[in-house]
Ligand binder design. Sequence first.
Ligand SMILES: Cc1cc2nc3c(=O)[nH]c(=O)nc-3n(C[C@H](O)[C@H](O)[C@H](O)COP(=O)(O)O)c2cc1C
Length: 419
Amino acid sequence: MTSGHWMAFSFRLPHMLAGKNIALGVTGGISVYKMCTVVRLLKKAGANVRVMMTQSAAEFVTPLTFSTLSQEEVVVSLWPENKKTSTNLGVKHIDIGLWADVMLVAPATANTIAYIAHGNADNIVSSTVLALRCPLIIAPAMDVDMWENRATQDNLTTLRERGYFILPPESGELASGLTGMGRLPEPETIVDFVNGVIVKTPQDLKKKKILVTAGPTHEPIDPVRYIGNRSSGKMGFALANAAALRGADVTLVSGPVSLGTPNNVKRIDVETAEEMYGAVMAYAKKQDVIIMAAAVADYAPAEQAKQKIKKQHATMTMELRSTPDILRALGEKKTKKQILIGFALETENELANAKIKLQKKNLDLIVMNSTKDKGAAFGSDTNVVTLIDTKGNVSALPKMPKFDVAVEILNRAVKEFNR
Ligand SMILES: Cc1cc2nc3c(=O)[nH]c(=O)nc-3n(C[C@H](O)[C@H](O)[C@H](O)COP(=O)(O)O)c2cc1C
């Protein structure tokens, strides 16, 4: 599970924990004890920490330990302690959800992961998750068989697609006596991960409207066949997620993909290049940033057969017509303040071709990737890109998770705003 994960914190990041509000949801696993050190480290780094515990978590370590370490009251119940005077006690799960800059659920039991995936809200941790407006980090820890179970893995896929950060467990000796994946990482690793999420989700796109396109288009040949391409949509979805986490008002126009929609993203599904053109143009004018990450077909069948084409001849010729050029149309209509970002997937003369496209389509930035790079482009969770701007600056980024590539692209957009 570590490999192919869409967010990695391999390089040194600035420390951003001082003054940050961190909501910590502790659930009932054997590794609860490690979280005492995590709270100490977070407090030492200057963060404010409010701990919530499930009833099961409180079987392992007492709330008193966490309240002493966090210097805050620990919340174990959804309900006010004194129901008779509850009117001015506030609603704890809403209050903490609004207070937090980031929430961490660690250790996250298989049970709590299932709870979150299905939107259950009958304890303080899962209720706060549902009411949350800030990034959520989930650090699963469990026995190897519980970890490998399809139910757990399917639930984690759902959570990842919603845009939550998953800190994968480590492999090693487990409390059950078995060996395998499932160990909660060491406290320092957890704190580094929390810091990384804070660094990568600054609230600098609040009130900005961002439109992202993603995925392939399908151009129908007959009622059952189409011309398509290998785009998975992962890069565009990562961009939409990263922008929403930074506070932007995000519209995602997606071709046919099998990906779940990230939280706080408005998604419009389309099938053909023509439909994508229509949807993008309907929203384009009001956008501050438009990022065209979709792999739009250049040609579509000139005619769509009404019935399924029968296998009759040894060869077959099909006439194709060019599809609307969405990027060019956007470039022509671009307002002074608008930032337009395009992608170029090249198989030869990559840099020269990308530079021509940047100029011809009136873009502010082009993201170039090549089919030659290992770990890049279609279907992969990582990408290897080069960013080229209008001033001729060329930055070749190392191979990184698509989420991190998205962060870099958005950093460029923010720089343009501040110019
Ligand atoms: C000694 C013991 C250790 C456990 N450790 C884990 C664990 O590491 N991970 C896990 O997912 N469940 C573990 N469980 C099971 C959970 O405590 C159980 O599923 C519980 O319902 C979780 O509730 P919660 O998610 O509300 O905290 C353990 C249970 C016991 C008795």
